[in-house]
Design a protein around this ligand. Structure first.
Ligand SMILES: C[S@@+](CC[C@H](N)C(=O)[O-])C[C@H]1O[C@@H](n2cnc3c(N)ncnc32)[C@H](O)[C@@H]1O
Length: 391
């Protein structure tokens, strides 16, 4: 069924790809209604190896994503139209073209004004307004931050901002590190992996480095999902392992990240970073229960801690202050600051430790300050102290 019109349509498809004006191509209206494959959405992406066509095969209950080089992708699209579908909708920056084939093989082509706005310019002109661009961003689409046209979903706008803000915050710390060509980043308690993916993308595609990034997560369904998305995005050095922050077997950690790991899981992460001699430790703690349980306040501070909410806030401040001091006692220069405004999340403190040569006098001072704070609040031991071997 190689009509002249079909061939002309596919030549045009090829030209649109070459001139970088493709927004997307959608194949739909199955020839065989019993087929499990409902549609195919084709977009153009740029990965390290060059320009590729990204195919999302929409099945009844799941999507399968594959990348092909341009020639192979165009040939596969042609073949899919011959064998599986009756409609092809080509959205370009200048027009929308619809190819309709009827069951007898008769072909019609209709051209209209552009139906979709271009998401952004392509390739080297990748949009710079956000550190992590949405344009053709496969992992953000697979994580549900973007829709199939690579636009930020309304309900995920805060998440998209948070991801970008996080990269903007860690960027200066990463840039000042003297990192070897190849290095290892561990993201402890990676969850669904939003920030792990963004960090890998940033390090690899924006800074041009060659990191190996490992997400450690105890929920195996999230690990499976994240590994599948890493494969779809062709992030070959990003992997997710199922395990606990305290016990997962990991190679030497150069950069340790732990964002919103609950309660003492943040301490487990900081400990792993210190024990591995990580150059950079970045954590955004979450729920500070251990220290609150340890409070035995018997002084003027009691008028603060008798109020539940103020006690909770005190516990947060004390927990994180001792974490920062312990980092300092282990040769890290620390910064504690607000991570993201409270309208996006209330978990908003970030602790960053950068390994420097610790001076004995400063180490001694940090340890003395910990003792003083503990005395004030009647605390026996901070969980991180126990991990580090302090009595
Ligand atoms: C609040 S989520 C944060 C996810 C991600 N870091 C982020 O900021 O988007 C915390 C994640 O850490 C995981 N987690 C908590 N404690 C853990 C532990 N000890 N070992 C491994 N994963 C843990 C949880 O299962 C959860 O997915």
């Amino acid at each position: 069924m190689e009509s002249k019109q079909m061939i002309a349509f596919f030549e045009y498809f090829h030209n649109v790809i070459n001139s970088k004006s493709l927004i997307k191509m959608v194949l739909s209206n199955q020839r065989n209604h019993a087929s499990d494959l409902k549609s195919i959405i084709i977009t153009i992406i740029e990965i390290k190896k060059g320009v590729r066509l990204n195919f999302v095969y929409r099945h009844k209950t799941n999507d399968v994503t594959k990348n092909f080089d341009v020639e192979e992708g165009v040939a596969l699209t042609f073949k899919a139209m011959e064998d599986d579908f009756l409609n092809a909708d080509l959205f370009t920056t200048t027009e929308s073209v619809r190819l309709l084939v009827n069951v007898k093989g008769k072909v019609k082509i209709r051209s209209n004004a552009p139906a979709l706005k271009p998401v952004a310019s392509f390739g080297h002109d990748r949009v710079k307004e956000r550190v992590i661009p949405a344009h053709n961003n496969i992992y953000l689409r697979e994580l549900g931050v973007l829709n199939s046209a690579f636009e930020v979903r309304n309900e995920m706008n805060d998440k998209y901002l948070q991801i970008n803000r996080y990269i903007e915050l860690v960027e200066p710390f990463i840039k000042e590190l003297a990192l070897p060509d190849q290095f290892h980043v561990a993201d402890m308690g990676s969850g669904k992996g939003y920030l792990t993916f963004a960090l890998y993308d940033y390090l690899t595609n924006i800074l041009g480095k060659k990191p190996a990034v490992t997400g450690v997560e105890s929920r195996k369904e999230l690990v499976k999902l994240s590994n599948e998305i890493a494969e779809k995005a062709a992030f070959s050095q990003l992997k997710f392992v199922c395990g606990t922050i305290g016990k997962a077997v990991l190679e030497k950690i150069d950069i340790l990240i732990a964002l919103h790991a609950c309660d003492t899981a943040t301490d487990d992460a900081i400990f792993r970073g210190i024990a591995s001699g990580a150059s950079l430790i970045v954590c955004a703690p979450c729920c500070h229960k251990q220290i609150r349980r340890e409070f035995r306040v018997n002084n003027a501070l009691k008028s603060i801690t008798k109020h539940g909410i103020l006690e909770e806030r005190q516990a947060e401040v004390v927990t994180d202050a001792i974490r920062a001091l312990l980092l300092e006692a282990h040769g890290y220069k620390t910064k504690v600051f607000e991570f993201i405004s409270t309208e996006h999340t209330h978990k908003n403190v970030m602790i960053v430790g950068r390994k420097v040569a610790g001076k004995p006098a400063e180490i001694k001072k940090s340890l003395e300050q910990i003792v003083a704070i503990k005395e004030l609040f009647g605390i026996k031991q901070h969980y991180l102290e126990g991990l580090l071997g302090y009595k």
